[in-house]
Design a protein around this ligand. Structure first.
Ligand code: ATP
Ligand code: MG
Length: 138
């Protein structure tokens, strides 16, 4: 089933010049970039995006980190795009991430884990609509 997911290359990835390698990896694995925008997130945007985590002890750190520099926001499309993107990213904590995943290859800590990817169809739809036009949800 062709579906769409939402991806962010977080500030630590942009800062370390990883955009090309990460987008290249998505493309090699059959995910197509159908929308993209580079920007620095404002506090309101970041807090809204991560609202599901607002009671978590790391929420402040999370918002600080994702607003610390520009990010690349993307809508990716492909066969089973949501799960495929999660597999390419690897586990949340890079210490637990499988060999060859983006987080294993490039991430330094759980707080700076280089990429975000939607975890389910509902979150993909909400996240795409939060940053892009509703019509891009697909
Ligand atoms: P993402 O939503 O960014 O794709 P995820 O779904 O793998 O990551 P979540 O549980 O949704 O993980 O957590 C969202 C983000 O919050 C993580 O990517 C990570 O940057 C940060 N985070 C999660 N747990 C911690 C923690 N214990 N300490 C610091 N930051 C954390
Ligand atoms: Mg998540």
């Amino acid at each position: 089933m062709t579906e769409r997911t939402f991806s962010i290359i977080k500030p630590d990835g942009v800062r370390r010049n990883l955009i090309g390698r990460i987008v290249g990896r998505f493309e090699e694995e059959g995910l197509k970039v159908v929308a993209a925008q580079m920007k620095r997130l404002g506090r309101y945007e970041a807090e809204g995006f991560y609202a599901i985590h607002k009671e978590r002890p790391f929420f402040g750190e999370l918002v600080e980190s994702v607003t610390s520099g520009p990010v690349l926001l993307m809508v990716l499309e492909g066969e089973n795009a949501i799960l495929k993107n999660r597999e390419i990213m690897g586990a949340t904590n890079p210490a637990d991430a499988a060999e060859g995943t983006i987080r294993k290859l490039y991430s330094q800590s759980i707080g700076e884990n280089t990429v975000h990817g939607s975890d389910a169809p509902e979150t993909a739809a909400t996240e795409i609509a939060w940053f892009f036009a509703q019509s891009l949800v697909g």
